[in-house]
Design a protein around this ligand. Structure first.
Ligand code: MRU
Length: 358
């Protein structure tokens, strides 16, 4: 208890929640971090779609939690509709939200849960269906908190006091709830006195590592060093990294997984230097219906993110050709283990994932 008090950030932040009147979702706008902590309410389908697309809310589990709340808010706003119209409109909104980002499975997973609640309760009056949806959205959030806590415990069991951990992108509380996934063991270690040192890749082009991971870890009192992505090799070569912990957006049935662009490069480096490489994710990120990484759709984003965003002036000619995939797939042969809320999964992944997730 005393340890928890030392670290209010890990437990204190509520960055996605349903507004008190149930008609909008309150979010911390992650695009403004780390310099401004701005909360705003999003209510219309377009505002909710944009919040995901523009990465105001981001991180695989977090967009699932957000989608649940958005659907609950849409239902609350539409309680006056008659039943067939309500169900039709809600399904339309669900597929609209689902089209905002393709790679993280958590978005469609959460929306499917909300749709199942509608189907199972289709005989009830609309206000009661809306109430069931509200309850389901809170359940999705609460379950994520529990899953992150378990992942943190499993992950912490893999490391020694003082180990150097390299991470990529942001898989902390902002990307999930409370502990996060890849940052979970680090934050739990900080709370319980098993302190770790972290190297955070800045994560070009949207800088989630610089803007969000180093922000979260600094706030929690963790020893964090920010590096550019192309410095991962030197810190590994220097012997400063004992383990790599990264998040995941979709884990395929064979153990291949999608995560932020650049993750597979970290895995290749880790293999070269003989450093264990772990991905950490909740059950909601394991997609047993996706056979391999080749079946994962990779989101392509605006070239503007590479050419000019963050710079005082454009750093490339406006018409230069750019390729801007938001994610890449790490081959399962590079992965030491997949740390989930149901346990630590080691190779052979195809066989061992099946034991826990089917
Ligand atoms: O584009 P983003 O910022 O949503 O990408 C996030 C990541 O790739 C995270 O590592 C992943 O979602 C895991 S979050 C627990």
């Amino acid at each position: 208890m005393e340890n928890e008090m030392k670290n209010p950030y890990v437990r204190g932040i509520e960055h996605v929640s349903l507004a008190a009147d149930g008609k909008s979702v309150r979010i911390l706008d992650q695009t403004q971090l780390p310099m401004r902590e701005v909360y705003l309410n999003v209510a219309t389908p377009e505002e909710c779609y944009d919040a995901v697309k523009k990465l105001m809310v981001r991180g695989a589990p977090c967009i699932g939690i957000f989608a649940g709340y958005a659907m609950a808010a849409f239902a609350e706003q539409r309680k006056e509709l008659d039943l067939p119209e309500f169900l039709m409109e809600m399904k339309r909104l669900s597929s609209y939200l689902n089209s905002s980002r393709p790679t993280a499975v958590n978005l469609s997973w959460a929306l499917r849960r909300m749709e199942n609640v509608m189907d199972e309760n289709a005989g009830l009056p609309v206000p009661e269906i809306a109430e069931r949806l509200r309850e389901e959205s809170i359940k999705i959030h609460e379950e994520d908190i529990e899953m992150c806590r378990k992942i943190a415990e499993y992950g912490l069991s893999l490391v020694k006091e003082g180990d150097g951990i390299l991470t990529h992108c942001n898989a902390g509380p902002l990307a999930t709830s409370l502990y996060g996934t890849a940052l979970g063991p680090i934050l739990l270690g900080e709370e319980t006195g098993k302190r770790l040192r972290v190297f955070s890749d800045e994560t070009r082009p949207l800088l989630q590592g610089a803007r969000l991971t180093s922000y979260e870890l600094k706030k929690a009192g963790v020893d964090v060093t920010l590096i550019c992505d192309n410095m991962a090799s030197i810190v590994m070569k220097n012997g400063w990294v004992q383990d790599c912990f990264v998040g995941c957006d979709r884990v395929a049935a064979n153990g291949d997984f999608a995560n932020k662009i650049g993750t597979s490069g970290v895995a290749i480096l880790a293999k070269h230097y003989g450093i264990p490489f772990y991905t950490l994710g909740p059950s909601s990120t394991i997609d047993m219906n996706c056979p391999t990484g080749d079946d994962i759709k990779i989101e392509l984003r605006d070239p503007e993110e590479i050419r000019e965003m963050w710079y005082k002036e454009p750093m490339a000619l406006p018409d230069v050709k750019c390729y801007n995939p938001a994610f890449d797939v790490t081959d399962h042969t590079l992965v030491t283990a997949i740390v989930t809320d149901r346990g630590i999964v080691y190779p052979p992944f195809e066989e061992n994932l099946k034991k826990l997730f089917r």
